[in-house]
Design a protein around this ligand. Structure first.
Ligand SMILES: [Zn+2]
Length: 285
């Protein structure tokens, strides 16, 4: 199926511009395109790729995470000019982080336009699932084929995975509750509680309040190998771009994080500061 034919199909069913598809929407597209699931996902990758932010490399990567609920989540790589290369977010991370924000507990498949780098293989290993299939344009693999003899959560005594760790209770143990009317701050707190920080215990969440009242959210997703950890601001900004917004629409920004030896605020403020003049408000609980 050509890109133009797919675009027409999406327009016909009022599905253009989406970065997330429900099982019902996928059923409509499978029927309309007569494609199989993998072929449809590969055909949708250009939609993800066009959301990429690549001021450094110019190399766009798109990914789709298919969650256990049947929802499909798009992801794209995101680079930030002016910052070191390790501030970049990879497409697979963006797609899995996207699924995490919608409380998926299992990923069935990752569809990606280029072979996953070692960083992403390590990041995906933190899902701590029995198996994970990776679908590429011309091939498919199981994650353990691409990452044999892996180091992961079990080596650090963790039995849960990135999408199924216990919910935290930040903000419920003391009087430092954010004001009830501040929905964005409450959203950041909720994301901090839902974040995954088994190694540092630095639960953290970010919320970006936009000029139209919409809130883009991000949560911290930690990794046993530390470096592939996904920061809450990275995920919130990835959501901003995936949803079709721009950094100039950010009006308020909040980070809520746990008091721990590791802190997210400086890195998050530096990342936000490259894209927006808005001050990052911080709440440590
Ligand atoms: Zn990667």
């Amino acid at each position: 199926m050509t890109n133009d034919a797919l675009k027409q199909t999406l327009q016909l069913h009022r599905l253009e511009g989406l970065c997330r598809f429900s099982p019902e929407q996928i059923a409509i597209l499978l029927h309309a395109t007569r494609l199989g699931e993998d072929a449809l996902a590969l055909a949708l990758l250009p939609l993800a790729r066009q959301k990429a932010q690549v001021p450094v490399s110019g190399f766009r990567v798109g990914a789709i995470a298919i969650g256990g609920s049947g929802h499909w989540y798009l992801g794209a790589n995101m680079e930030t000019g002016g910052l070191p290369l390790n501030s970049a977010l990879h497409a697979e991370q963006a797609a899995i982080g996207h699924a995490a924000l919608f409380d998926e507990h299992h990923i069935e498949k990752i569809i990606v336009s280029a072979s996953p780098c070692g960083h992403c293989r390590q990041f995906m290993h933190e899902l701590n699932q029995d198996s994970l299939m990776l679908v590429l344009p011309d091939d498919h693999f199981m994650l353990d084929e691409l990452l044999p003899h892996a180091f992961g959560p079990a080596d650090l005594g963790q039995s849960c995975g990135m999408l199924n760790s216990p919910i935290g209770s930040l903000g419920q143990q003391n009087d430092q509750q954010p004001t009830a009317q501040d929905l964005a701050c409450l959203a950041a707190q909720a994301e901090a509680n839902a974040s995954y920080a088994p190694y540092s215990h630095n639960r953290a969440g970010v919320a970006l309040l936009l000029d139209n009242g919409h809130i883009c959210r991000g949560r911290y997703l930690e990794n046993a190998a530390f470096n592939p950890s996904l920061g809450p601001m990275q995920l919130a900004l990835s959501q901003l771009f995936l949803q079709g917004y721009g950094a100039d629409q950010i009006r308020r920004a909040f980070i809520v994080e746990a008091s721990a030896d590791v802190q997210q605020y400086d890195a998050a403020a530096r990342l936000l500061g490259q894209l927006s003049a808005v001050t990052l408000d911080r709440l440590v609980l």
